[in-house]
Design a protein. Sequence first.
Length: 85
Amino acid sequence: MNNEYDKALDIAKHQAENGAQVLDINMDDGMLDGVKAMQKFLNMAIPEPDISRVPMMVDSSKFHILEAGLKCCQGKCIANSISLK
């Protein structure tokens, strides 16, 4: 599974280097533990200067995953997909 995180980091870095205005991070997949996946990815991405210079959008329809992601982010972050279910 770590190899998948590395691939995701490479994609995020590529997007940031190519002018992305925001990086949308979503870990809503039935096969993942969304909280752990969100925390692990963000904790790997935030120390990367090429990635962390771009604002993060924590995206989840599940509030507990959204909350876990926001707790990892530094400064201002965008919360997306609060469905009010």
